[in-house]
Design a protein around this ligand. Structure first.
Ligand code: ZN
Length: 191
């Protein structure tokens, strides 16, 4: 990634919106924006399969493992504006389980690329299917999109929810219902 090219592009944007890129408050802005984009798109240089594959453990359990309330921040690929929210991930082990903290790390890797929420949701489910090889995976993502809210396309605080189901969660309605009821339970009932 060539920071100087990003900086010069940001200077172009600043002058095109009628600003003076040389005024004091903006002088370091191109550099800051380049740094910010470097951090917000660091996921391109990281491999989610590697993160998950590093933390697999044998397990005889075939009970649903569910993590919810996993915060994430991403950029929409249509406007380069943030969308952010929470993900819930469940899977049914088939001989292997994965370290729980790695699920959040894996989501961060996908989120720190330009995304649409639908693809982010699918990519999370597929990464777990491919590395943990469980009997099924369910992913639910709820997010606010600033590209809609700030431009007035959508009411403030509206959330968009997407889901991706694989294996048992697709074929067995009871497994799916169990997932949904745990995910939708208020936090105080769970902890
Ligand atoms: Zn957008």
């Amino acid at each position: 990634m060539d920071s100087e090219k990003i900086e010069s592009a940001v200077r172009t944007i600043l002058s095109q919106i009628g600003e003076d890129p040389n005024r004091e408050g903006l002088a370091k802005t191109p550099h800051r924006v380049a740094k910010a984009f470097e951090a917000l798109t660091v996921g391109y240089a990281q491999d989610p399969a590697l993160v998950l594959g590093d933390a697999l453990f044998e397990s005889a359990s075939d009970q649903m493992v569910l993590v919810r309330g996993i915060e994430f921040y991403s950029l929409c690929e249509h406007h380069l504006l943030p969308f952010f929210g929470h993900a819930a991930v469940a899977y049914i082990p088939n001989g292997k389980v994965v370290g729980l903290s790695k699920i959040g790390r894996m989501i961060d890797i996908f989120a720190r690329r330009l995304q649409i929420q639908e693809r982010l949701t699918e990519e999370i489910a597929d990464a777990i299917m491919q590395t943990v090889e469980p009997k099924g995976v369910a992913v639910l993502v709820s997010a606010r999109h600033l590209c809609m809210e700030m431009r007035g396309v959508q009411k403030y605080n509206a959330t968009t929810t997407t889901s991706a189901l694989r294996g048992r969660f697709l074929t067995d309605i009871r497994t799916r219902e169990e997932f949904m009821s745990i995910v939708n339970a208020p936090a105080k009932d769970r902890y």
